[in-house]
Every structure is written in structure tokens, then in C-alpha cells.
Design a protein. Structure first.
Lengths: 216, 216
DNA sequence: GTCTATATGTAGATAGAC
DNA sequence: GTCTATCTACATATAGAC
């Protein structure tokens, strides 16, 4: 197939550089506001204020509140899945595949990104919302489940004698624990204050999930 | 202090039996609607429709949307904590205190209630919302944290050589896993369909959490 | 593409009849 | 205590000027 304009008949010109920057600002603002206030609690006006743009611009680039939410979730889902699968591939290439290493490949990328850039901590809250609300099941199925399946297969191969339902259950528990860690920087600190040694918490998470899975 | 009317100067009469039934219906409806649509997604009109009462009645008994939410969460928090603490006391009375038994005392009551009566499954979704949103931190602190502290002390005593931060982290992970199990009857089923053997899932949860905690 | 003004619906809350 | 009618505010969305 050639790259003639016929491939994208609806869009007559490529968006200008200026327009792309505006759209990125809109999505950044949507991500921030949605992650803090949730889909129903957030308003287009909140997002407009956060982006420093007029209300109409949010609609122009977002295409309505629900489409905007979808786009904000979808934007980082692909890169996240790629990182996870790359980490898993690295573990398999190294040869010594263990439950702990597979779970590390799953958890570390998101954790590292959240450490490097706060926008990923924001995104983690968004993912937690999508994970918790049955209303967004289609988004989950489209953007997150494929990678989950790959990891489930890997874990099943490592635990051939464990019933699949137990593996699935413990993997769901592990995902919820990861999201709990990423979204509640202060939830652990509510009970035990102290220096924020998040890296130590990641090691707690991996040991917890790997130990729990192996206990089956 | 005596039980003179001076103790409750604002309320001149005890509410009638009819009024108490109405209030219970209002709280039941609020619990259902809030648990499905969340605080922001739910409307007073939704709750009125669910209760079969006019809109004004919801305000009269609820005292505004936010107070109504608080009441719905608070209503079952006490009984739940009592069940958990009673189960813990039973374990201690039996003499053989283990991590697995302590976690069972924490998880089983909520799970059993959810099995017996669907309203507790509804309530679990409400608790998950309260647990996930920093907006409701005060509700958590008032209604859930006291029992958490008791269980944390018990676990700390069982694991004297483990840093407290690790114990707190793994307990937070365990709570999130319990809520994931209670709120997502279909989340596990999304990957592995089959007979709904929830009791088997509870055993998975306990083994997972106990194994993960002991792995530290 | 960007921004203003506005149309239309519905939210939470309340005053007052019954 | 219960229910109706209504007030005020703000939501999403869009039409059209620039």
C-alpha cells in the first residue's frame, strides 16, 4: 500500500508542529486532572485550566470527554507494554528464568519509569482507575490484557503442576499490589513514616509476589 | 453523665419506626448506587430512584451527598472490624498463632460476609473506593486504620527480625489483594473462565499473602 | 487552528405544601 | 416525616467569529 493521501482521506493535511504541541499539552493536562479527580470528578474546564487553553480547544483535540480519557490511557500503554516485554525477553535470553525474574520484568519497568518521571506516577493512578472500574473493561482488554497473557503463559510454564486458576489469581493479586505501591506513595507511610526508600519497597513487592506465587 | 434529654438537645424525639425503615432504605440505596457509580458518578436522583423515595427524602435523611457517603461507609465498618478482631482473638485463644492464621482472621470475615449476603460485596466496592482515593483519607483513618494497627502489631510480633517497613508494605499489598478478590469477581474470570469457586480463591489469597510475607 | 459565546441539560440543594 | 416544585450553578457540547 502506498502512502497516498487516499490512506487518510478524512485528514487533508498533516497537523502543524504548533498543533501537535497543543494536542500534547491537552493530553498532559487530561492525564493529570483525570488521574487526580477521576473521570466523573474531572471537568473539561479543569483540564482547560490545567492546559492553559480555552475550553473549545480541549474539545477540538480531545473529541469529547470520553474519547479524551481513552486517548490519555492509550498514549502510554504501548511504550509500557514494550518495556515489559523487552525485560521479559532479556530474562529469557539470559537463560535462568525464575518466577522472581519474570515478576521483576513485569513490575520494574513501570516502577522505574515512575521513579524517573512523575508523569508516570500520574499515569499509574489512571491505570489503577481503569483496573478498578468495570466501566473501562474494553480499555483494559485493548491495551493491557495482551501483555498480561504473555506473562501468564510464562508463569504457567514455570509452574506446570499448579492449577491455572491459582496462577491467574495470584497474578491478579500481584498486579493489584504493584498498583497499590505505585499509587499510594503515602499509604505505606501512613503506618510507618520514614525516608522514602521506594527502591526498598520494590524489593518488598517482588519478594512478596514471588514468595506468594511459589507458596502455591 | 446521665441520659437526660440534655445529652441530645437537638433531637427532640426518637425517630419513629417508619422513619427508621425509610432511613435504612435510603442508606441501602446509597450504598448500592455509590458502589457502582462512585461518589462523583452517582447522583442524588439515582439514589432516590433506587430507594423508591422522592429526592427531598434523600436529603432529609442523608444530610447532603457527602454526609450520605460517609454514613454509608461508616455503617458496616464497625461490625466488620468486630468480626476481624473476634477472629484474631479466637486464633490467639487457640494458642498456635501463625502468619497464615492471622491473615485468615483478617481476610475471612469480609470474604464470608460477601459470600453470605451480596450487600457485603457491594460494600467491598465502596471500601475499595475509599482505599484508593486520597480524598477519603479521613474516613480510612477513622473507620479502618485502628483494626489495621492491631493486625500490624500481631504480625510484627511474629516477625521480630523483619523491618517494620517491610511488614507494613506487605500488609498493604495483602489488603489490596483482598479487595481485588472481593471487587472483581470477573477480573480473574477474564483470563480463566470456569466454575466460580470463590472459596478456592480465598485459599489462593491466604497462601499468597502468607507465603509472600514469610518470604521476607 | 484557535478562541468566544452560547445552547441545552442536569446537578445539588431547599422552601413550603401536605 | 414525606413529597412537590423550584432555585441556582455548572456540566458538556457546539456554532461561528477570528
Amino acid at each position: 500500500m502506498s502512502e497516498t493521501p487516499a490512506d487518510t482521506p478524512k485528514r487533508q493535511r498533516a497537523p502543524s508542529k504548533r498543533a501537535l504541541q497543543t494536542k500534547a499539552r491537552v493530553l498532559d493536562a487530561a492525564e493529570t486532572v483525570f488521574s487526580i479527580k477521576g473521570f466523573d470528578g474531572a471537568t473539561i474546564r479543569d483540564i482547560a485550566a490545567e492546559a492553559g487553553e480555552p475550553v473549545g480547544t480541549i474539545h477540538h483535540h480531545g473529541g469529547g470527554k470520553e474519547r479524551l480519557y481513552h486517548q490519555a490511557v492509550a498514549r502510554r500503554a504501548g511504550p509500557l507494554a514494550e518495556r515489559r516485554l523487552a525485560a521479559l525477553a532479556a530474562v529469557k535470553a539470559a537463560g535462568d528464568v525464575t518466577i522472581e525474574r519474570v515478576l521483576t520484568a513485569f513490575c520494574s519497568p513501570f516502577f522505574d519509569l515512575a521513579q524517573e518521571d512523575p508523569v508516570w506516577r500520574c499515569y499509574a493512578r489512571l491505570v489503577a482507575q481503569v483496573s478498578a472500574d468495570s466501566r473501562w473493561r474494553e480499555i483494559r482488554a485493548a491495551h493491557f490484557d495482551p501483555a498480561f497473557e504473555v506473562f501468564l503463559e510464562e508463569l504457567s510454564a514455570l509452574l506446570p503442576d499448579v492449577p491455572r486458576r491459582h496462577i491467574v489469581a495470584t497474578f491478579v493479586f500481584s498486579v493489584s499490589a504493584l498498583l497499590a505501591l505505585l499509587t499510594s506513595r503515602d499509604r505505606i507511610g501512613e503506618f510507618e513514616a520514614g525516608d522514602i526508600q521506594d527502591t526498598e519497597d520494590l524489593r518488598s513487592l517482588i519478594r512478596f509476589c514471588a514468595g506468594g506465587m511459589a507458596a502455591g
